[in-house]
Design a protein around this ligand. Sequence first.
Ligand SMILES: Cc1cc2nc3c(=O)[nH]c(=O)nc-3n(C[C@H](O)[C@H](O)[C@H](O)COP(=O)(O)OP(=O)(O)OC[C@H]3O[C@@H](n4cnc5c(N)ncnc54)[C@H](O)[C@@H]3O)c2cc1C
Length: 337
Amino acid sequence: MRIRVIGAGVAGLAAAFEFARAGCEVLLIERREGPGLGCSHLAGGMIAPWCEAGEGADPCVVDLGVESLRFWTETAPLAVAQGSLVVAPARDQPELARFARRTSGFQNLDAAGVAALEPDLSGRFEQALFFPQEAHLDPRAALASLAARLVECANVALRFGVDADPLTGKADWTIDCRGFDARDALPELRGVKGEMLVLATSEVTLARPVRMLHPRHPVYIVPRGDGRFMIGATMIENDEPGRVTARGMLELLGAAYAVHPAFAEAEIIETGAGVRPAFPDNLPRLRVKDRVMSINGFYRHGFLLAPALARRAVEVALQGAYFPEVMDADQDQRRSA
Ligand SMILES: Cc1cc2nc3c(=O)[nH]c(=O)nc-3n(C[C@H](O)[C@H](O)[C@H](O)COP(=O)(O)OP(=O)(O)OC[C@H]3O[C@@H](n4cnc5c(N)ncnc54)[C@H](O)[C@@H]3O)c2cc1C
């Protein structure tokens, strides 16, 4: 079967990977000059299904996320499985209890437990939640690596710097993974802007992502190695890419400083803002129309959910499968067949 994938963000790369594994002939087309340069470029790279439930995500995000976690740690082992740590300042301890009530898969830690896991946080937090099964990756390195693996496959071709139209082109199926640029085909898609920054310091060492809870501005720190830390992310209901605000940086830097004061002396090596593509319920969808399948609406869960959606896309295309958790009822392939 010939498959044309449009867009080489995490959605398109995961789809190309799974269709190639299923033996299809895959052509992946990306308008930018390389892989993962859209919204995926700005991501934190947390593969954290249980923490997302703590933040209020739908239960299906946990199920799909656990499946994707296996992809990133076993199928394409590009993630580091060191778990995640969730902390809160003393005045926001009720936030920690609220987070714990919404989720599972964690251990309660006291101050000694925090110090044992992250020695640099010794004496800074009396309580924390530890999610031992979660993982994290460097989104840029991971997507470059996925693209490099695809280049090596005899049944895959990649084209960069090419603008494609989902409605034209010869293939048995076109997989539309254009992210927020697919608004022409998906009018209900909205943008949720996220600002981030990267700090460099040799004075802090963290082995795993640390989430700092706050009633208004929950923030996370993801270690990237070599003394670099991604700090993210704001959640703003607009679709204005690129513009980084002073307020956003204040929130992120304030939280980083609250996790460890040495971040005040860190060098800011990058700031950025991306637009997360989201449907009204913030859940991803797989939509089928006339041999065009769109995979979109990943919101803040592109790395967490794209592999699970990619696997489902293969089963829809090859076997006419139907997945009610991510497909609309009128797209039941069995009924329409
Ligand atoms: C600050 C921030 C932090 C985040 N942190 C996390 C996190 O920790 N974990 C997580 O799971 N998610 C995270 N996310 C969310 C995640 O980044 C997104 O859900 C994900 O990147 C969406 O991927 P995508 O492939 O749908 O879109 P994109 O990455 O935008 O990819 C779409 C691609 O399609 C290409 N394209 C568009 N139109 C065409 C065309 N006509 N022809 C060819 N190519 C085209 C674009 O150039 C682009 O490369 C974060 C997002 C932000 C902004």
